[in-house]
Design a protein around this ligand. Structure first.
Ligand code: ADP
Ligand code: MG
Length: 254
């Protein structure tokens, strides 16, 4: 698969081959993904960029097993996703995936602790409620919210709410974190905090992260930026690969 002759040993967490997706609205067919082929190695921190309407969220929803695709192959953690039942996809979501959304999507009138512990109540049946809450407390401490555990979302700032959402996404210890415009509702200082947290989770714990953004500054936190346009991957820049290319071909434009 690695046509460029990379000598890195590849352990791909994601392998997409010719993924297509068309939405149908009445008689109208809206092709959104037109043959996406892509691999992401375990441990990468990737930014996915593209104009509004280019298919970023559609692709993320497929990667996250929230939505189905029409054709093509999606292997997640070496397991083919194309023929899974809804229950099987739910199981994959609970064990392999964490999600962070632009709008945080926390439960209102529910403490930060209970928001974070929530996924454990249906994914890890062997945990007692006390253990689940202990694990949630540890996760909130890791994201710097040990003093806010009993706060409901309405009493937290946007950045704090997003950190609760990150803690919730990671409570089941998934290998892959998907974030769709995670800093879209945050000011630049809070965005920087969230992005630094992603870098730390990626660097220290090896969690693979894919984040959607339309902000080049946000994408700068990633090691690799994939550009999608009109349902196709049009450009894929790996920082290392690009550095090597620049060395080999000094006149190549960046
Ligand atoms: P992005 O996240 O890059 O802004 P989306 O993946 O949300 O783009 O949308 C890509 C295209 O698919 C848009 O033209 C959008 O209107 C269309 N689309 C997205 N979701 C649906 C849906 N559930 N039904 C019909 N069309 C949709
Ligand atoms: Mg979107």
């Amino acid at each position: 698969m690695q046509a460029e002759g990379s000598n890195r040993i590849m352990d791909n967490i994601i392998e997409l081959q010719d993924i297509r997706k068309t939405y149908r609205m009445g008689d109208m067919a809206v092709p959104v993904l037109k043959g996406v082929t892509l691999t992401v190695a375990r441990g990468e921190l990737v930014a996915l960029m593209g104009a509004s309407g280019s298919g970023k969220s559609t692709l993320m929803n497929i990667l996250g097993c929230l939505d189905r695709f029409d054709s093509g192959s999606y292997r997640l953690d070496n397991q083919e996703m194309s023929h899974l039942s809804a229950d099987q996809r739910a199981m994959v979501r609970n064990t392999k995936l964490g999600f962070v959304f632009q709008s945080f999507n926390l439960l209102p009138r529910t403490s930060a602790l209970d928001n974070v512990a929530m996924p454990l109540t249906y994914s890890a049946g062997h945990l007692s409620e006390r253990e689940a809450r202990q694990r949630a407390a540890a996760m909130l401490t890791r994201v710097g919210l040990e003093a806010r555990m009993d706060h409901e979302p309405s009493r937290l700032s946007g950045g704090q709410q997003q950190r609760v959402a990150i803690a919730r996404a990671l409570i089941s210890r998934p290998p892959l974190l998907l974030a769709d415009e995670p800093t879209g509702n945050l000011d630049s200082r809070t965005s920087a905090e969230v992005l630094a947290m992603f870098q730390e989770l990626n660097g220290k714990e090896g969690i693979t992260i894919i984040m959607v953004t339309h902000d080049p500054h946000v994408a700068g936190y990633a090691q690799r930026t994939i550009h999608i346009r009109d349902g196709l991957i049009v450009d894929d820049e790996d920082d290392d690969r690009q550095a090597q290319d620049l060395e080999a071909v000094p006149c190549k434009a960046p």
